[in-house]
Design a protein around this ligand. Structure first.
Ligand SMILES: [Zn+2]
Length: 175
């Protein structure tokens, strides 16, 4: 298999070192409103990560879904959202599944896609909303390493002070 980005291991490196430029670029494209290009970039990242069974694959699929949603490609967006949530479900990452799934539902509702939003509820069953485990004011809004948007509820918290970027795995210290 051709490894397009040849990404080295990400962990335990200073911010910005070893982060795939493709990931930083994908975040920039989405923020800049370049939705088709952002979608393609996140789709490539997602497929590569899934082949490696990497823990970031679900979040790349969710970003690809957002890019497709903003580009009015609803069916593709839903395919990506479902797949990202499925990967979280299969990995048993229940808290991330519920938090990420509810954020996706909110975005779909904002775009007038109520039925699609409701259809995602199959992923949560009858589980109650998980309680927040942190204060959202203590982290930067974007990862200093890869530039990805940080939604505190989606993060994996290593301890009360340290979370991990869902896109690049960089440790994030609460202030
Ligand atoms: Zn990051």
């Amino acid at each position: 298999m051709r490894r397009r980005f040849g990404a080295p291991p990400f962990r335990r490196q200073p911010p910005g070192v070893g982060i795939a430029p493709a990931l930083q670029h994908a975040h920039q494209l989405l923020e800049a409103g370049e939705y088709p290009a952002a979608a393609l970039a996140f789709e490539q990242l997602a497929q590569g990560a899934e082949l490696r069974q990497g823990p970031r694959a679900p979040f790349f699929f969710l970003q690809a879904g957002r890019a497709r949603l903003y580009n009015q490609e609803t069916n593709l967006a839903l395919t990506h959202f479902r797949h990202g949530l499925e990967l979280l479900e299969r990995a048993g990452r229940r808290a991330q599944l519920q938090h990420a799934g509810r954020l996706v539902q909110e975005e779909l509702s904002r775009h007038g896609l109520e039925a699609a939003a409701s259809s995602l509820a199959i992923f949560f069953g009858s589980e109650p909303e998980p309680p927040p485990v942190f204060s959202s004011t203590t982290l930067p809004t974007h990862c200093p390493s890869c530039g990805g948007p940080l939604r505190p509820s989606e993060l994996e918290w290593l301890d009360a002070q340290t979370a991990e970027c869902p896109y690049c795995g960089s440790p994030l210290r609460a202030r």
